[in-house]
Design a protein around this ligand. Structure first.
Ligand code: NAG
Length: 237
């Protein structure tokens, strides 16, 4: 039974192998017009295919083109252009034997890759007010945000949430309680002192004015009384 399986396998594989071998050239050769020609080295393309009595003629790839493998091609491939509109910048320049490698722009991260080169990158997310940057974005990962908790705040660009300012501890009054996105606001007690002082001054001025008026009124009364007396004295005389 086992021997039978082996025989079946051999009868299947051997003709297949033979077939592959008969239609393919050696490893460093390519097939053209039913004959095998030596390949050109990376960085070079074929100028003339080989003939019965000449080998392949190869020439270097022109600028901005490349071939990164041994080949039998008549044309080199154009170098990849790193497009800023796709969030990309050049990270490795193109050579005759290697394509350009693109990477994400500053503050971008790669979301599509092909053969070790980035093909599409997008901007890192921004954290919202009330969140802090738990993990800064990298070339391959987005920013990680987390919410502020307790008596802390962040405007979305802090790397941690900061504790609210304690107004009382600074001898100040809290004029606005803090939120998760803003600090508390403190007011100056001198403002309260100023209000009290100004009301005291206003009161003093009022008292002075009123007393002056009362004083004048009294004097007027006294004056008219005394002049009445004078008249009567003159009348008696
Ligand atoms: C957050 O605050 C920092 C420093 O106070 C400031 O530089 C930054 O522009 C602020 N960011 C936002 C999003 O308001």
């Amino acid at each position: 039974m086992f021997a039978l399986k082996i025989i079946i396998l051999i009868t299947l594989i051997v003709p297949l192998n033979y077939d592959l071998c008969s239609c393919q050239c050696a490893r460093a050769e390519y097939k053209i017009d039913k004959q095998c020609c030596p390949m050109c080295a990376p960085g070079n393309r074929v100028r003339w295919h080989c003939t019965d009595d000449t080998s392949t003629t190869c020439v270097p790839c022109p600028p901005l083109t490349f071939l990164d493998e041994p080949n039998g091609l008549m044309e080199c491939f154009p170098c990849t252009v790193c497009d800023a509109n796709r969030g990309l910048r050049l990270s490795e320049v193109c050579t005759r034997s290697s394509d350009a490698v693109c990477g994400p722009l500053e503050r971008f991260y790669c979301i599509e890759k092909k053969k070790g080169s980035c093909t599409l990158a997008v901007r890192h997310s921004k954290c919202n007010p009330g969140q802090y940057i738990k993990q800064a974005g990298t070339g391959s990962t987005d920013t990680v945000c987390a919410d502020c908790t307790g008596d802390t705040y962040s405007n979305g660009s802090f790397s941690s949430c900061l504790p609210h300012t304690k107004c009382e501890a600074m001898g100040l009054a809290e004029t606005n309680p803090g939120t998760h996105s803003s600090d508390s606001e403190c007011g100056n007690p001198p403002t309260a002192v100023a209000i009290i002082a100004s009301s005291v001054i206003v009161t003093l001025i009022l008292i002075t004015v009123v007393s002056v008026l009362i004083f004048k009124h009294i004097r007027k009364k006294k004056l008219s009384k005394s002049s009445g007396k004078l008249y009567s004295v003159i009348f008696v005389v």
